[in-house]
Design a binder for this molecule. Structure first.
Ligand code: BJW
Length: 228
């Protein structure tokens, strides 16, 4: 069975990583247009760097939860027949043991140079404007996908959806495209669809089945079911 899993901020919530749109989410303290657009970065690069530097530093205090661990266990069983597509920029899937992960909205532990376009692994702050390891210019930005930018790996994601037997969406509000459209894409080509989310997402009616509750409970149960 070929499975494509889409994850969002909700899968990392029980690890202590804030979501975006919940009451205590990241957008609560920041207007999205102030931090998650290229225009915001052009206008206030230091403020945007501080937002991402704080989130990068906070990765040191969080750990994968049972939902991440269950997906890694599923990959152990399915191998190349499982693809995890995450909107998250944390590294909790990898730390749980998943290896087949596409970060469609980029990664906190990566920086991209706006001059030479090199992507570099990055663990330090960017707010002190360090030089690009490749070209030496001080034009590094967080390697994340902001509104108006094209997400990574879209061709591979669409190919995987086309070829899947099951699409599972975990912990995402379904508010942001193109990820929010994956369920429609999957359904249109006859792929079965399942939502696992704390509450009904904006796209819940498009899924063949929806289960509501914390990912740390729902995901291990679903993986156990699938592995029989
Ligand atoms: C739990 C839980 C627990 C809590 N257990 N669950 C129509 C069609 C196409 C595009 C558009 C369109 N209309 C507008 C657009 C453009 C725009 C867009 O979607 N805007 C919307 C606001 C309408 N999209 C774009 O600009 C994208 N680019 C694009 O479309 O390019 C064109 C193109 C595409 C494809 C091919 C060719 C061209 C780019 C979007 C970039 C989004 N970037 C961000 C920031 C990334 C960096 C960072 O992290 O700071 O990505 S915004 C933010 O939202 C972040 C997230 O990945 C993303 C989604 O959020 P997510 O993960 O769903 O989190 P929440 O907080 O919203 O939801 C959490 C859920 O978990 C909730 O439901 C909770 O209930 C649940 N939950 N605890 C289980 N314990």
């Amino acid at each position: 069975m070929k499975v494509v899993v889409l994850t969002g901020a909700g899968i990392s919530a029980e690890s202590g990583v804030p979501t975006f749109r919940d009451a205590d989410g990241l957008w609560e303290g920041h207007r999205v247009e102030d931090v998650a657009t290229p225009e915001a970065y052009d206008a206030q690069p230091l403020a945007v760097h501080r937002f991402y530097d704080a989130r990068r530093a906070a990765l040191g205090d969080v750990h994968p939860n049972p939902a991440h661990v269950a997906l890694a266990r599923l990959e152990d069983a399915l191998g190349d027949d499982l693809l995890v597509v995450t909107q998250n920029i944390d590294d909790l899937h990898e730390r749980a043991g998943s290896q087949r992960v596409l970060h469609m909205h980029g990664e906190l532990l990566s920086a991209v140079c706006r001059s030479c376009h090199e992507r570099s692994q990055w663990t330090e702050d960017l707010g002190d404007f360090p030089p690009c390891p490749r070209c030496g210019l001080t034009d590094l930005r967080p390697d994340v996908v902001w509104f108006g930018e094209v997400p990574y790996e879209m061709d591979r994601i669409h190919a995987a959806l086309q070829d899947a037997d099951l699409f599972v969406s975990i912990g995402t509000s379904g508010a942001v495209y193109p990820a929010a459209g994956f369920v429609m894409h999957a359904a249109a080509v006859g792929v079965r669809t399942l939502e696992l989310n704390l509450q009904p997402s904006e796209g819940t009616s498009f899924f063949d089945e929806s289960r509501h509750g914390p990912a740390g409970v729902l995901v291990p149960v679903w993986v156990d079911e699938l592995l029989g």
